[in-house]
Design a binder for this molecule. Structure first.
Ligand code: ZN
Length: 322
């Protein structure tokens, strides 16, 4: 048995001012925002309980960040984000098709999102350089950010940035597995235009972040697995095993959009899993035999995040060593 290692890539700290989520429109109600740096602290604390986790800073070049973003997002969109001030504003033109704005944007959040992309790119670079497992501990999340829109706390698409980085390093095809509670409408829209990329998403139904009448999957490269109501752990893990197997067969590496909002008590959640579900999820991923780049998406239950991230790395690393 050899000790497996996971490289934890930590996001650069901003100035600590103005990069917390302000509010979010959910189910017709305005709720206080719960995405802030305390999430990162809890997740880091949980991961560092495992001796196989090694931490490193996000050091991708700013030029690489800009270049990658220019492939994923529309020029007008990036320009508009670059012009926002410290005051939070709503921009109705920059919302997902057919949906009202659900979050505001401000300069501090755009800056944090850019650092999130730098973190994702760094994690993908290390994976391409030979690390078996890397984990981009980043925020805000990215999977609801589309080519020309922001929503659901997401401004720039971190998972797509990781895929693009792997592609540029010659790692193809890449499979994206999204196991956040919510449908990755942004990632799906970007994947539609990316060759050598497949997306599987397991998420709650009904999906609320696409306009009524929208068909998912949106392309033949996308597979959706939906659960109406909180699933049994066995049913969920069986479905997950099928997706991991299918993606592993067709991909040289996996990018995992990992959300911890599937656990009981999440302020944006509705499922009842215990944090230990992530041990099983980690084990299934380790069994794929593929290099894995994890991108942090949602998960907002501050009192259980450390247990979730510890469970995940335990399953992944102990599974890989078994
Ligand atoms: Zn989510």
């Amino acid at each position: 048995m050899s000790a497996a290692e996971l490289l934890l890539v930590e996001q650069r700290a901003g100035d600590g001012d103005g990069d917390a989520a302000h509010w979010i429109l959910e189910g017709g109600r305005i709720l206080p925002g719960v995405d802030d740096n305390r999430r990162m602290e809890e997740l880091r604390r949980g991961m560092q309980r495992h001796s196989g986790v090694r931490a490193s800073g996000a050091d991708a070049d700013s030029e690489d960040v800009e270049q990658t973003l220019s492939v994923l997002h529309e020029p007008d969109y990036l320009e508009a984000l670059g012009e926002v001030s410290a005051e939070p504003v709503v921009i109705p033109e920059l919302t997902p098709p057919g949906l009202p704005p659900d979050i505001p944007v401000c300069a501090g959040l755009v800056e944090a999102a850019r650092e999130g992309v730098r973190t994702a790119i760094t994690a993908a670079e290390r994976l391409a350089a030979g690390a078996p497992f890397t984990y981009a501990l980043c925020r805000p999340p990215g999977h609801h950010a589309g080519p020309g829109w922001f929503a659901g706390y997401c401004y720039l698409n971190t998972a797509a940035a990781a895929v693009q980085t792997l592609h540029e390093a010659g790692v193809r095809p890449v499979g994206i597995l999204d196991i956040d509670l919510h449908y990755p409408n942004g990632t799906a829209a970007i994947v539609e235009t990316m060759a050598d990329t497949r997306l599987h998403s397991l998420h709650a139904s009904p999906v609320t972040n696409v306009a009524a009448g929208t068909v998912a999957p949106s392309s033949e490269r996308e597979v959706v697995v939906e659960f109406a109501g909180s699933p049994e752990a066995s049913a969920y893990l069986d479905a997950l095993a099928l997706s991991v197997e299918a993606l592993a067969e067709s991909s040289a590496a996996l990018v995992v959009s990992l959300g911890y909002d599937i656990v009981a008590g999440d302020p944006h959640g509705c499922w009842g899993f215990a944090p230990e579900i992530f041990t099983e999820i980690g084990r299934l991923l380790a069994a794929s035999g593929r290099p894995i780049c994890v991108i942090q998406e949602g998960g907002y239950a501050l009192d259980s995040l450390a247990e979730c991230s510890f469970s995940f790395v335990s399953g992944l690393l102990d599974g890989a060593a078994a």
